[in-house]
Write a protein that binds this ligand. Structure first.
Ligand code: SAM
Length: 323
């Protein structure tokens, strides 16, 4: 369906849990976060009902995220049911990759088409440091297992943080050169526990210089219609791209809304506007009532975000929003 600014909104990102098996420094505060109580989190049946209904409004692309979606019990059965809903044309997953080496083939069998894997550095010490204890070798195994399983495309998301992983960026070029892996370098957003440390921010122009590539030739190939700008590099099996979280250049083509684990619709990642669906799901509301709420969320999607100006402190962390 169209929003009031004539954008076609057909993409729903669903955060199925706020739990995660990593504690990334820029995402979570060191003291941890209070997890949502289980009863507040939508059941898979509730999410499947919403997916079925939203296809009636023209949604046909669904990304499952979190927290870490693969830690939620029953995730494979949920994905399998979700992928069989008529109108669900593209079911995708965003994961930290820790469980992918065990689950990639099962995900493919469940109907997941593609995966985005978050990996900020391939250096074992620095990975353990930023994730507060994660094992990078598991993530790397998971990436290759996803390629073997035929999940396509496999994208790797690298959030660039000053004085942490800037020296590791060129290493990702090797991965994109040798394998059909699409690396996206992402600007750190002022959200979660990184909302106050703007000195960590590295703009895309600087990332491009750090990569040491002389000339960037924009790629004509569109990989998923998202906010990334891709570049083609000679003799590369994969590609590289950049995502500017702060720039508003993609608001005019933004095609998505988000569902939080506790059943709130967020028309824009960077706005405080939330529309509750859980109450309606649990009080016996009709399908039409639910459709009206989703349609209202689409309609109220802001024209653009104001993340540069707005302090987002005190807001939810990414896992609760559905990063
Ligand atoms: N656990 C899954 C994963 O790691 O991909 C899905 C959820 S995670 C919150 C989604 C993505 O948000 C990750 O790629 C993470 O790096 C990114 N993220 C979290 N905080 C961010 C921030 N302040 N700026 C940019 N990206 C951020």
């Amino acid at each position: 369906m169209q929003d009031q600014f004539q954008r076609q909104i057909d993409y729903l990102r669903i955060s199925v849990t706020d739990r995660c098996n990593l504690r990334c420094k820029y995402c979570m505060p060191s003291q941890g976060v209070a997890w949502m109580p289980h009863e507040d989190i939508l059941t898979f049946e509730e999410i499947l009902r919403l997916m079925r209904l939203s296809t009636q409004l023209g949604f046909h692309r669904f990304r499952i995220t979190g927290g870490e979606p693969l830690v939620r019990r029953g995730i494979l059965e949920f994905l399998s049911k979700g992928s069989q809903i008529p109108g669900v044309d593209d079911l995708m997953l965003t994961t930290n990759g820790l469980l992918l080496s065990e689950m990639a083939f099962d995900l493919k069998a469940a109907g997941v088409r593609r995966v985005n894997i978050s990996l900020d550095t391939m250096n074992p010490e620095r990975f353990a440091e930023i994730t507060r204890g994660g094992d990078v070798s598991k993530v790397i195994q998971g990436i290759f297992r996803s390629l073997e399983a035929g999940l396509k495309p496999v994208k790797v998301n690298v959030v660039v943080v000053r004085d942490f992983n800037t020296q590791d960026l060129p290493g990702f070029l090797t991965l994109a050169k040798q394998y059909p892996i699409h690396i996206r370098f992402i600007e750190l957003m002022p959200i979660g526990s990184s909302s106050e440390r703007r000195s960590d921010f590295v703009p895309i122009q600087e990332m491009k210089e750090l990569l040491g590539i002389k000339q960037y030739v924009p790629s004509k190939e569109i990989l998923g219609g998202g906010p990334a700008e891709y570049f083609q590099l000679r003799d590369f099996k994969g590609s590289i791209g950049f995502i500017s979280a702060l720039s508003r250049h993609f608001c005019s083509t933004c095609n998505r809304i988000r569902l939080t684990p506790d059943g709130k619709l967020r028309p824009c990642l960077h706005s405080k506007l939330e529309i509750d669906l859980r109450e309606a799901l649990r009080n016996g509301s009709s399908d039409q009532d639910l459709l009206d709420i989703v349609a209202q969320a689409v309609w109220r999607k802001p024209a653009e975000h104001h993340m540069n100006e707005e302090a987002l402190q005190g807001q939810r962390i990414m896992s609760q929003i559905g990063g």
